[in-house]
Design a protein around this ligand. Sequence first.
Ligand code: A2P
Length: 317
Amino acid sequence: MRTLDFANGDTLPMLGLGTWKSKPGEVYEAVKAAISLGYRHIDCAHIYGNEAEVGQALEEAISGGAVRREQLWITSKLWNNAHAPEDVQPALRETLANLRLDYLDLYLMHWPVAQKKDAVFPKSGADLIALEQLPVADTWGGMEQLVDAGLARHIGVSNFSVAKLRRLIDSARIKPAMNQIELHPYLQQNAMLEFCQQVGIHVTAYSPLGSSDRPAGMKADDEPVLLEDATVQRIADAHQASPAQVLLAWALQRGTAAIPKSVNPERMKQNLAAADLALNDNDIAALADLERHRRYVDGATWALPDSGYTVANLWDE
Ligand code: A2P
């Protein structure tokens, strides 16, 4: 498995297992199966509501000798209601307790969005806190302390625009090591990739398969289904591969990590094998033509009246 490399010698296996939308009751089996199939990178988040089950699977895999802790790369994410600097370390400690780990490989600020502590998901603008009041830089200060304390080996962000990354880099003592963003042939993020390469920030592609199992409230009626795209299908047929494998090979060939979610061992195996699929120049050119700037996860959840957040200012577009 190809890796993304870090200055301290750590290596991130580029293909990982996503756990967003993996239900408690399913994710325990999924993580155990993934580890026995050879996955060594698991992507988690507090807000997914399933970290305790992931943790049970991790503990059993480690104590049973299937894998050693240091062979695994475990990522998790700080939720928006714990952005006050003094709330950051307690939030990570809760995640570590759930995951039954004593450190994370990577901890990400999940969104550049701050919420009141008692609001898990905002119902009105009053549940949100403007970034002018609780700046990203303050939260980042709390994140930096996690590295100092040895609780997170690396820290980074998710859903950040280039403009927000630039501002963060200007004020940060520890540069973010990662930006995890939605990334697939319908949302190629070329400018972001170029910027991150210039400044030495790795990129992870979330929703690399188009996340068709998103909750109904996050889906548009007319949205294109990435896994059914005719070009993707044609390339898959030519390589005797599946559409999912084409999408994942594309992500890896562009130098990004990818975290397809699955709870199905056959699909997990297929997704991991995508690391061995080599797309040719014609395939890459045909996939480049699919760009349509389609965000499946558009951040509209935070764009509530009187919140100060809009979809436009979230992405700086
Ligand atoms: P399942 O968990 O039943 O396998 P994303 O990673 O973009 O969020 O996409 C996740 C969705 O894609 C889930 O519905 C998942 O279903 C499905 N999926 C994962 N791997 C494959 C695959 N190899 N082929 C088809 N669908 C897949």
